[in-house]
Design a protein around this ligand. Sequence first.
Ligand code: AMP
Ligand code: MG
Length: 406
Amino acid sequence: MSELLTVEEHRARILAAVNALPVETVRLDEAAGRTLAADVRARHDLPGDDNSSMDGFAVRFADVEGADAESPVPLRVVADLPAGSADDPAFGPGEAVRIMTGAPVPTGADAIVPFEDTAGGLADSLGTVEVLHAPAAAGAFIRRRGGDVRTGDAVLTAGERLGSYALAAAAAGVDRLEVRRRPRVAVVSTGSELVAPGTTPGRGQTPDSNGVLLNALVTGADAEVTVLASVADEPSAIEAVLEHASNVDVVVFSGGVSAGAYEPVRLALSERIAFDKVAMQPGKPQAFGVVDDGRLVFGLPGNPVSVAVSFEVFVRPALLALQGRTAIDRRHARLTASESWRTPPGRRQYLPAVVDLVAGTVRPATAGGSGSHLAASLARAEAFAIVPAEVSVVAVGDPVDVMLIP
Ligand code: AMP
Ligand code: MG
């Protein structure tokens, strides 16, 4: 029996072959899902001024600190500040300025009295206002300049994924961002038995679910599928599709890499990329290499669960590393098995699983075993339970490392 590689050995070979893609500049509104290539620093203090956090009245705290319902304090309202106003109206003792949320607090004020704490409420406007409740302290309801970020603070770090929240933070400083180009990926299903989804399979035929699966997985890894093909078990078809997909960064074949008699990926590419056995279940036969022009080529075993696991363990980290992403792994959790199951000897198991994050438990996604051909059972999975090679059975109550799939 030939030597098995560990998952880590195979993964390390792959990651060693990955170089981050070139940097390009995009507008903020085009940047969702991209990976930042340079830190973003705040160009301004945020907030830019001391401003009001309430609709109400800017006051001198000393004027109103004794106010309550029995002894309301009347103030003369001398100015009005809507949000967006740059005015800094002067006002004296016994006076106030009406102010809306977000407007800069006048230099002479040191507290805000919300409308709700005045006799007239919103109706109180530019005449007088009666303060019924004193603010808790000087500074009440004032958001300080620079309280969120100060000029020069790092807002975002290179290698971060630009999600909605990150983009909102970037808006503090810039309108364009330096990001990595999205990886272009060819997804190629192999198998003379495959028919298009929606077609009724004849005898010996099966729907091509891997194409659909990988298309969605690649897209979910913020990469772009530019070629989506299904080819028969002919080495010449593999050659042809590789030639056609000349403009991609990554080619992902599913099927055709194992030890059968008609494995077209192996037959076509055994001189150009490495075919290995990895100590995992599913996903033992794996092919990977860099073809002469720099494209990364993956050959994944064809069973749908094997494809899903191989993608998570090898392809997704590579797609994220191409984008310069710092965090290339899924989130893991340590959960407790709520059912028992058997695991294969000598190979690390990745078992499609269902989790209860409130109870902190994990169980197999299917009662009927862990067959790597069970595409429909994969639909129930929201995680992979990862069981070390040396463990042969997981018992109820055992702690289990779990990779969470959002
Ligand atoms: P292979 O790795 O080519 O030997 O395929 C292993 C098993 O996965 C076989 O039962 C194939 O029919 C099945 N299979 C391969 N490719 C696909 C695909 N694209 N969609 C669904 N099943 C597939
Ligand atoms: Mg096949």
